[in-house]
Design a binder for this molecule. Structure first.
Ligand code: ATP
Ligand code: MG
Length: 424
């Protein structure tokens, strides 16, 4: 028997209300902030991600699904959403539009990770980017939008963690301080961190291994090494967040797993601790578009994992609206009734009434049990006798009451019953 590949999951009908609710909230919030949807392909040239995410990162080093297609091109299943958006911005000349260009996406992402609860090899993100404006007010907007999204979703007890990791001008000096600091204590570091000390020293700060964690507590802080411009940017962002009444915590060990971030980085975490706890993260990436061959174009964005949102919605017991299903179920007994039921179901659907056909080979009792399980409001019962008389039995499933209705009056009767249900 085949199973879904390790780290990939089916999203079953019973989970769809959570997904659709999340997507609808995200769309509403995007509209509120003036972001427009952009869909990019599921795969891209491998080079796009190697170039942007960075050669020394976990994603590029060990997580990408890359393969050569039949034409000999090396392509990669999208491991993250920002680089494709920047590629599309460039390809379609969006720098000619009023800046910033505000875009959002929903996309499946692929990373060869070690699967655990909340961590998959295929997962889905809602993300958005504001391209072409370096103003810290845009960072604040992007953060506010994330905050608003979680509020609309009804998630509670989230915390906003904020840091600035500087820019290409001031970061090198900070990085050498970091290397100096950690380099003196390599015996206390985990194997991964010893290996990435040279290539990606920032990442040591967010390693969750005991020894590295303790070392991180007194590591040099990026905010103490910002150049004048980065410092002003960070201060201005914080003042905007205060203006908006958004509570945030400065987290000096917050860095992100991708190379392209500059200045602002932020994450939103639920109260529950754990390596899989972050629901969303983002930051500024002022060098990325240029790295991809465009002219210097600042950018800032955010992405949140839908699986982790759903996990938190369930954990916190948030009630999501059920999806509308068919309104009537047509139970039928006997060969004449079968024809009538098939025809009636079709006529009802054509009139905009959702109808499900019962399995005529089962007993009436079994069919009504099924109607109940499907949660329909009304059942129509047709036997050969009703066909002869041109009537049906209309049963209110909740009350268990029944009435005879001529077929010609059925639509009116269904609508009346529905109005009563709505009024109650
Ligand atoms: P993490 O530190 O949890 O690995 P990340 O920094 O790699 O996250 P991003 O690339 O910024 O995450 O992705 C944004 C969001 O997407 C995360 O905050 C998380 O909610 C979700 N996410 C990332 N990787 C996975 C995964 N493998 N499975 C499920 N959700 C994920
Ligand atoms: Mg990760």
């Amino acid at each position: 028997m085949y199973k879904a590949p390790r780290g990939a999951a089916d999203i079953l009908p019973e989970d769809q209300p959570y997904w659709i609710y999340t997507q609808q909230c995200a769309e509403r919030v995007s509209c509120l902030f003036g972001y427009q949807r952009l869909d990019t392909p599921t795969f891209e040239d491998a080079g796009l991600f190697i170039r942007s995410v960075g050669a020394g990162t976990d994603i590029v080093e060990k997580e990408m699904y890359s393969f050569e297609d039949r034409g000999g091109n090396t392509v990669t299943l999208r491991p993250e959403g920002t680089a494709p958006v920047c590629r599309a911005y460039l390809e379609h000349g969006m720098h000619n539009l009023p800046q910033p260009v505000r875009l959002y996406y929903f996309a499946p992402l692929f990373r060869y990770e070690r699967p655990q609860a909340g961590r998959y090899r295929e997962h889905h993100q809602f993300g958005y980017e504001a391209l072409g404006d370096a103003d810290p007010a845009v960072d604040a907007e992007v953060i506010e939008m994330a905050w608003r999204l979680y509020q609309e979703l009804g998630l509670k007890d989230l915390s906003l963690q904020l840091n600035s990791i500087g820019c290409l001008a001031c970061r090198p000096a900070y990085l050498s301080r970091l290397k100096e600091y950690y380099g003196g204590h390599t015996a206390r570091l985990c194997r991964d961190c010893t290996a990435r000390l040279e290539r990606n020293a920032l990442r040591l700060l967010d390693c969750k291994t005991e020894g590295c964690l303790r070392m991180g507590e007194s590591a040099p802080r990026s905010v103490d090494h910002l150049c004048v411009e980065c410092k002003a940017h960070f201060e201005s962002l914080q003042s905007y967040l205060r203006l908006m009444g958004l509570p945030f915590t400065l987290n000096h060990r917050l860095v992100r797993g991708l190379d392209y971030y500059t200045r602002t980085v932020f994450e939103i975490q639920p109260a529950e601790e754990g390596a899989q706890s972050t629901v969303g993260g983002g930051g500024r990436y002022d060098g990325l578009v240029e790295e991809l061959g465009g002219r210097p174009t600042p950018g800032v964005g955010f992405a949140t994992g839908i699986e982790r949102i759903v996990l938190n919605l369930k954990r916190q017991g948030v009630a999501v609206p059920p999806l509308p299903g068919p309104q009537v179920f047509i139970a039928n007994l006997g060969p004449g009734a079968r024809n009538e039921a098939v025809s009636l179901a079709s006529q009802l659907r054509a009139a905009g009434v959702g109808a499900t056909l019962g399995p005529g080979s089962r007993s009436l009792k079994a069919q009504l049990r099924q109607a109940n399980a499907r949660g329909v409001g009304q059942a129509i019962i047709i036997g050969d006798e009703e066909v002869r008389q041109g009537t049906v039995v209309l049963r209110d499933m909740a009350r268990g009451t029944q009435q005879y209705v001529p077929v010609s009056d059925l639509l009116d009767a269904l609508r009346a019953a529905q109005r009563t249900r709505k009024d109650e």
